[in-house]
Design a protein. Structure first.
Length: 610
């Protein structure tokens, strides 16, 4: 009995001198040795609980051992996914094996806050390859090619599973809506280090589209929807065509979501019904917007839209904006009032007609203007990436420049062609890849103060290059060039002349300040302009980002781009990312302003600069 008491007393004494930490978190340093294959190393790292939970989920000593044991199975799964089926994985904690009976006590004895070394050693072993790849079931030859798996290739699990997905998709696209492709059967030969893979296939009956029905239509006309979709009953069953129809419906702007639900059986006539399950968007929308720049000041706008005015997705958009408050390139407050009506599927499914009314009052250093205009335009889409338009525009333009007031009436025929491979669902979201191109040509005849026929040509392009593969590090570039033919700059209404400087051309310079100038230093405006931008965008954390940019451009009265005095600006900014786009704040300085150093410019708005 006495010896037990002594042991207990000794334990209490020792316990008073040692830090108790059985329930305290055990910090650790993790090393996962490289396999020599970067992609495999990255997959092992991302699949490891030891790595992903090291800083965010503290764990007690016993929990650390359990976490390491779980990681062995996870590492094996990753290795098998890359074709290594005889890999050996060893994890040690403090140079001791996980099954060392003394390990828990050793971890308990460590002082609080002292990290322990966790070492992961991996011997991948031989890489397995595919030996036989078979399709068990009747499949057309052109469909079988979609499997894209061949003998001799590495036996990567993701590729084998992707082959099953491709095969199923090809069968459905060939008109077999009820096709089934089972999970592959895999047999391993551990002596030859090869896999035999077999896909069990049941194509089911081939079918055409039967009844096409819609569920969820409330305010949108079904006849209109049937004109918009690109499929008809009797067409071959193809999922890609069904998706094209869904996208065409979404492009009308009146639907929040569309789910395609094919039937579960083929009729005796060889058809399968298709149901479009639809959720309509609210009829009305209100939009508030605002921006600030040191040259143009504060801009605040409010808009109201009706998305389905007469039941055929007709849009009515009303917008009012106040401009020019606290701008160093403005002299007074201004406004913009606009009304727009768009009727989609006008005469042709891929054609819409648009009517616009616009009223503008602005008082900038270059000129003071009051404008009323009306535009009618036909818009076309050329799927998947091209658009075009042709219109007729009439403007009544009262302009004062250098204390000389004139009234112009202008009639123009604007023609445009556009290309967009960026693929954004909303224009304010960040572009990470792809290109945007636009070409515009507008013959115009001015009456009133001047009777002049002239032609405006403009071209613009932007490109986006994703350096990270995840849209977090992006290089964005843009370029534009324009010219006015048939008239000198002083023959043109001042607002039809071409200017550079400001957020859309060369940041760091005041709005319209680059180009020909009067004796008092006020902008004249030119007949040619060009500009280019290089911008680097870097996401930081979840919601923040930085940007750095260089702009350059020029404007001249030569009617030929690249003939003025080249001006350059540079700057940087921060981004805060929201669900509707980035809130942008940029500061830019001119690099070679005329007459010596100039002030910096600040630009704040919603969405990237381009």
């Amino acid at each position: 009995m006495m010896w037990r008491v002594c042991v207990i007393l000794m334990a209490l004494v020792l316990g008073a001198e040692l830090p108790a930490s059985a329930a305290d978190p055990q910090t650790y340093d993790l090393t996962i040795e490289s396999t020599g294959t970067p992609a495999l190393d990255a997959a092992l790292q991302s699949g490891s609980l030891l790595a992903t939970l090291r800083t965010g989920a503290p764990v007690a000593p016993f929990g650390l051992i359990q976490r390491a044991r779980q990681d062995i199975d996870r590492f094996q799964m990753v290795l098998q996914g890359f074709g290594y089926y005889l890999a050996q994985v060893t994890v040690t904690i403090g140079d001791r094996a996980l099954d060392d009976p003394a390990l828990p006590a050793i971890l308990d004895m460590l002082p609080n806050g002292r990290p322990v070394a966790v070492q992961v050693r991996i011997e991948p072993g031989p890489l397995y390859h595919l030996r036989h790849v078979e399709i068990d079931g009747p499949v057309p030859d052109d469909v079988a090619k979609a499997l894209k798996l061949a003998a001799g290739e590495p036996a990567i699990a993701a590729d084998v599973l992707a082959g099953r997905t491709r095969l199923l998709g090809a069968l459905q696209e060939a008109g077999y809506p009820l096709a089934q492709v089972n999970e592959p059967t895999v047999l391993a030969d551990d002596i030859a280090h090869v896999l035999d893979v077999s896909f069990k296939v049941d194509p089911g009956p081939r079918a055409a589209l039967g009844d096409i029905t819609f569920r969820g239509l409330k305010t949108v006309s079904e006849d209109f929807v049937r004109r918009v979709i690109t499929i008809r009953s009797g067409d071959p069953y193809q999922p890609s065509k069904l998706e094209e129809a869904r996208e065409a419906m979404l492009a009308t702007g009146v639907f929040a979501g569309i789910v395609i639900r094919p039937g579960d059986r083929v009729s005796p006539e060889g058809t399968i019904p298709v149901l479009f399950d639809i959720e309509e968007r609210p009829l009305h929308a209100v939009k508030l917007d605002g921006s600030y720049s040191t040259d143009l000041g504060v801009m605040l706008s409010a808009g109201w839209s009706h998305r389905n005015l007469f039941g055929n997705a007709e849009q009515l958009n009303l917008t009012a904006a106040g401009t020019g408050l606290w701008g160093n390139a403005t002299r007074d407050l201004g406004y913009q009032l606009s009304a727009q009506f768009i009727k989609p599927a006008f005469l042709l499914r891929e054609q819409s007609i648009e009517f616009d009314l616009l009223g503008v009052r602005q008082n900038v250093i270059a000129y003071r203007q009051t404008l009323e205009s009306g535009l009618v335009r036909l818009n076309w889409t050329f799927p998947p990436l091209w658009t075009g338009s042709a219109g007729l525009n009439f403007m009544n333009d009262d302009v004062t420049q250098e204390d000389l007031s004139r009234t112009y009436q202008l009639l123009s025929v604007p023609l445009t062609l556009g290309y967009d491979s960026v693929g954004l669902a909303q224009p304010l979201l960040d572009a990470a890849h792809g290109y945007r191109l636009s070409l515009a040509f507008a013959p115009a005849q001015s009456f009133g103060a001047r009777n002049t026929l002239f032609f405006i040509l403009q071209a613009a392009a932007s490109g986006y290059f994703d350096l990270s593969g995840e849209g977090r590090s992006v290089i964005a570039v843009r370029a534009l060039a324009g010219a006015v033919l048939g008239a000198s700059n002083l023959d043109l209404p001042p607002d039809q002349r071409l200017y550079a400087g400001g957020s859309t051309t060369v940041r760091g310079y005041r709005y319209q300040s680059i180009g020909p100038q009067f004796a008092d230093g006020h902008p004249v405006g030119g007949t040619a302009v060009d500009a280019a931008t290089f911008e680097f965008r870097q996401r930081l954390f979840a919601d923040w980002g930085l940007a750095a940019f260089v702009d350059a451009g020029q404007a001249s009265a030569q009617s030929v781009p690249f003939t003025g005095t080249l001006r350059a600006g540079a700057g940087a900014g921060i981004r805060y990312y929201t669900s509707i786009g980035a809130v942008r704040a940029d500061v830019a300085v001119p690099l070679n302003p005329p007459g010596g150093p100039d002030a910096f410019e600040v630009y704040i708005g919603l969405g990237q600069a381009f």
